[in-house]
Design a binder for this molecule. Structure first.
Ligand code: PLP
Length: 350
């Protein structure tokens, strides 16, 4: 008999993390698949109503992605039971709301500007989202943030932040984790491009922490849709209980395992060095007003006339993201760092 993992305490309140979980989710007994009842790999499988003729895809995938998680555990230096794999980070963000927030009752907290999915997932789950504007250079005021919604169940912090590109000091993250009464979701989608280390090394210290990473950016697998969450085994267990049984399809599991054998570090190094080259070259251009420092694989760049620049770049076949209508990003385009050739083309056009 497996023992239930312990929930741990929220440092700020001294209360159990399990008290933050919606009551219906705490009480939930999950759908049990044929693959839950019998786990071995060899045998004659007459248990899941599959087509018996082997075509490489006729069997249901492993609902727990065990092989993939073992490999990810090696790569990231985490324990398998602390890893959850979602259909993109977007699934994990949605699950966080579904597990911790009662629709129409609870609220969540984040900063602005930041990744748009937190707000969308809040809205689809009928959860009020309180957003606190970052400073002029996108710096974080932790006291203001904490005071904005002390009753919130979730706090989303993206570091390095999208679309601003800056990251927040670990000391600020610790302050939030020790003072916020709910769960802190730290989105590290761009951590591999950052000069700051991942916060993953501190996972064991914080029962109220969920760290998101993704295979969509540095790992180059955006098309596969694989998002990772690192959290206590209690929290990964909750996500596992609520997710669709076969949320990660067989092709995605198999392809990710194959591709994780390739070392992407040289690509990441090149992207980081291109980021520096691009930032320096952009700053020299007369049309550019400001290039914000970036710890990610994109640059937020302020122009005098962003709409006109955007339109002209499109005309030249160069697609960037217009962020100029977002409060705090007035005049700004977000430019992803491409290959040296692509970046050269962009500079030439500008
Ligand atoms: C791109 C991005 C992700 C990745 O989302 P996936 O669903 O895993 O592709 C997550 N968070 C942020 C802030 C991002 O910019």
């Amino acid at each position: 008999m497996k023992t239930e993992p312990t929930a741990g305490l929220v440092p700020a309140t001294g209360r159990l993390v399990s008290e933050l979980v919606r009551e219906n989710i705490r009480a939930l007994s999950p759908y049990s698949t044929a693959r839950d009842e019998y786990v071995g790999e060899l045998g004659v499988f007459l248990d899941a109503n599959e087509n018996p003729y082997d075509n490489g895809l006729n069997r249901y995938p492993d609902p727990y992605q065990r092989q993939l998680k073992r490999r990810l555990a090696e790569i990231r230096g985490a324990a398998v039971e602390n890893i959850f794999v979602g259909n993109g980070s977007d699934e994990v963000i949605d699950l966080a709301f579904r597990v911790f927030c009662t629709p129409g009752v609870d609220c969540a907290l984040s900063v602005a500007p930041t990744y748009g999915m937190y707000r969308v997932a809040a809205a689809t789950n009928d959860v009020r989202m309180v957003e606190v504007q970052l400073g002029e250079n996108f710096e974080l005021d932790t006291d203001r943030l904490l005071a904005a919604a002390p009753e919130a169940k979730l706090l989303f912090i993206c570091s390095p932040n999208n679309p601003s590109g800056n990251s927040f000091p670990h000391e600020q993250l610790r302050r939030l984790l020790s003072s916020f009464g709910g769960m802190v979701v730290l989105d590290e989608a761009y951590i591999d491009f950052s000069s700051r280390a991942s916060f993953l090394a501190e996972l064991d210290r914080w029962p109220n922490l969920v760290i998101l990473q993704t295979l969509s950016k540095a790992w180059g697998m955006a098309g596969l849709r694989l998002g990772l969450a690192f959290a206590s085994s209690y929290v990964t267990g909750l996500f596992t209980r609520v997710k669709y049984p076969y949320n990660i399809n067989a092709l995605a599991q198999r392809t990710a395992l194959e591709r994780l054998a390739t070392d992407v570090a040289p690509q990441v190094r090149e992207i980081v060095s291109e980021r520096r080259r691009l930032a320096e070259a952009l700053a020299q251009l007369p049309v550019v007003k400001h290039v914000y420092p970036s710890d990610a694989n994109f640059l937020l760049v302020r122009f005098d006339d962003p709409r006109e620049i955007y339109r002209r770049l499109i005309g030249a076949g160069l697609i960037v993201r217009d962020r100029s209508s977002i409060p705090g990003c007035e005049g700004c385009l977000r430019i992803t760092v491409g290959t040296p050739e692509e970046n050269g083309k962009l500079l030439e056009e500008l």
